[in-house]
Design a protein around this ligand. Structure first.
Ligand code: DLL
Length: 433
């Protein structure tokens, strides 16, 4: 089902007319109300009135996470606080959190876009949605929740954690849609198994997973274990939260970006030049309808590419490929750029290992060493030492072959890597650089 047929299937030309009008209005407002933007525009010698076509977006300055931190907590808000009805913050792994605000209209827009996202992922008003994204400052829980209500589905606001209780709820309430991070989903599957609950006998049909990178192989694994169709959902607090883009269950080939509200661009992260469709680079977003927290050319650090080809689902909005990594969580191991997701793909190709892993980076004698800690499956656990050594060697060789980097592989017991209830911690970087 398409939630908003008029906009989601709009011909490109009509869409671009709307985008330009909204972009111009956003620039005017940001310039008039946020001192940060006024200064940035002035420094770049550009005025809102200079934006005469969509291409002129290239003239606008970028916004970075550091800018948000410098204006902590409310310095980038474009409306007075009496118009702000909700505040979220993204914890971030280092430094200050980034804080975002929403007006009543912003919350309403977000709910509608999340309803679009859920519908693209297979949900209808007849579904029961088990929402295991965390509720709180994180945008996942409440974002999905409001969208589910807008769609008219029944939502179970279970949040993350208390995993055994989640399984009991799944058995008793019979939810048909699961929303959670992919890593927590795999943990749910594990705990269900321990409790003797077969996911295949539950009522789930679709799962809408995101908030962290995951691979195509992980999708296969989840689909198989849960007997569902799994789609990818993307979003970030600075731009709105979940529901910036979502895969359709018909194609499962890239996430439709809701371009009537966000203009996506791909840039070369070094030259900052705009890149054409089909080129991989850093994703940049400009919001064009947000009131409390408009953001202009925000550098997400997420690496992907845009695909304008028509989709079998009927939506005309451009698709972004699944995020292949972040330009800033990219590890550089003895000069080789390594994305955790690339290692994950290699692991997923390897028989006998579970999709739970952690990458530990150390530096000894000025040399980086990447250790890949990976859980072996229950079935391989009792294999003889020689066989396990062989498995370690195979993984090491496969990583070397695919990524060109030498790593140390360490097999660990099933279930020994800490499980997350939200986003998985994949990298432990002990280097003090
Ligand atoms: O993670 C919003 C969200 C909630 C999205 C629930 C989807 C589902 P933040 O905490 O601000 O917001 O983190 C945003 O998470 O820049 C990406 O690096 C990463 N991310 C989000 N979705 C995906 C995805 C939420 N589908 C950051 N694939 C983003 C890969 C993702 N990475």
């Amino acid at each position: 089902m398409i939630f908003d047929v008029e906009y989601e299937t709009m011909p490109r030309e009509a869409l671009e007319t709307i985008q330009l009008k909204r972009l111009q209005a956003t620039c005017e407002r940001a310039y008039a109300t946020v001192p940060f933007y006024r200064k940035k525009f002035d420094d770049a010698k550009v005025k809102p009135a200079d934006i005469k076509s969509l291409d002129d977006i290239n003239r606008l300055p970028f916004t970075t996470k550091q800018d948000l931190r410098d204006n902590y907590p409310f310095g980038m808000f474009a409306t007075p606080m009496d118009k702000v009805i909700r505040i979220h913050a993204s914890s971030g792994t280092t430094g200050q959190p980034t804080v975002v605000g929403y007006t009543k209209k912003d919350i309403d827009t977000w709910a509608s876009l999340m309803a679009r996202a859920l519908a693209a992922g297979g949900a209808t008003k007849d579904d029961i949605i088990h929402n295991a994204y965390g509720y709180g400052l994180f945008t996942g829980g409440l974002g999905v929740h409001y969208g589910a209500e807008k769609l008219g589905a029944s939502v179970i606001p279970v949040s993350g954690g208390n995993t055994k209780r989640q399984i009991i709820i799944m058995k008793d309430f019979g939810p048909t849609i699961l929303t959670a991070t992919p890593s927590y989903t795999l943990h749910l599957a594990e705990v269900a198994e321990e409790m003797g609950v077969d996911f295949k006998e539950l009522k789930f049909k679709f799962g809408i997973f995101g908030a962290e990178p995951w691979s195509e192989k992980m999708r296969e694994e989840i689909e198989l274990k849960l007997n569902i169709t799994a789609v990818d959902i993307y979003g970030l607090s600075e731009v709105m939260g979940p529901g910036v883009a979502n895969e359709c269950f018909q194609a499962k080939k890239g996430l439709h970006v809701f371009e009537d509200h966000f203009i996506p661009e791909i840039i070369d992260e070094n030259t900052l030049e705009s890149q054409p469709f089909g080129t991989s680079g850093e994703l940049v977003f400009t919001t064009i309808t947000k009131e409390a927290f408009p953001i202009i050319r925000y550098r997400t650090r997420d690496i992907t590419m845009l695909n304008p080809e028509p989709c079998i689902c009927g939506r005309t909005m451009v698709r972004m490929n699944r995020v292949s990594g972040r330009s800033d969580d990219m590890l550089i191991i003895r000069g080789v750029n390594v994305f955790p997701s690339q290692i994950e793909s290699v692991l997923m190709e390897t028989e006998g290992v579970d999709p739970h892993y952690q990458l530990v980076v150390d530096r000894a004698d000025n040399l980086d060493m990447l250790t890949v800690m990976v859980e072996i499956g229950e079935a391989s656990f009792f294999d003889e030492v020689k066989k396990l050594q062989h498995l370690e060697q195979t993984i090491t060789e496969n990583i070397k072959e695919t990524l060109g980097v030498s790593v140390k592989t360490k097999l660990v017991e099933p279930k020994s890597i800490a499980r997350s209830e939200g986003k998985a911690v994949r990298v432990i970087d002990n280097r003090k650089i």
